[in-house]
Ligand binder design. Structure first.
Ligand SMILES: [Cu+2]
Length: 127
């Protein structure tokens, strides 16, 4: 009777250890999974800088209805020109000037600079 009670206590203790161990494993596993879920950071901003003949960030993600503003910090003028769609078509943005466009449709908008076509950027518009 007495040894049976001790066995019960030992078994109960083992269950606690196993459950606690499993919890630690799950927490570690969950943490690792969470880290892996964000390999490339999604830049959520509505401001893009134009500097050194580059758009920065080159790729942004915004919610539909967001107004995105580009600011030119270069001494030369640049444009925001859509690659395939007429969605984006700024005139020359001079030094220190801005261009703002509101995105009202979900989609991926790639653009470039008309005088410098190697300057490329993307605006991803989500619901
Ligand atoms: Cu340019």
């Amino acid at each position: 009777m007495r040894s049976g009670r001790i066995t019960l206590v030992v078994v109960a203790a083992l269950i606690v250890i196993v459950v606690a161990g499993g919890g630690v494993y799950l927490a570690t596993h969950h943490g690792a999974k969470k880290m892996a879920a964000t390999p490339t950071p999604v830049v959520a901003t509505n401001s893009v800088s134009i500097q050194n003949y580059m758009f920065s960030p080159a790729e942004i993600t915004v919610k539909v209805g967001t107004s995105v503003t580009w600011t030119n910090h270069d001494s030369v003028g640049h444009t925001i020109t859509g690659d395939n769609v007429d969605e984006l078509s700024s005139t020359i943005i001079e030094h220190g000037k801005t261009y703002t466009h509101t995105f009202n449709k979900v989609g991926s908008y790639t653009y470039h600079c008309s005088p410098h076509p190697y300057m490329k950027g993307t605006v991803i518009v989500t619901q």
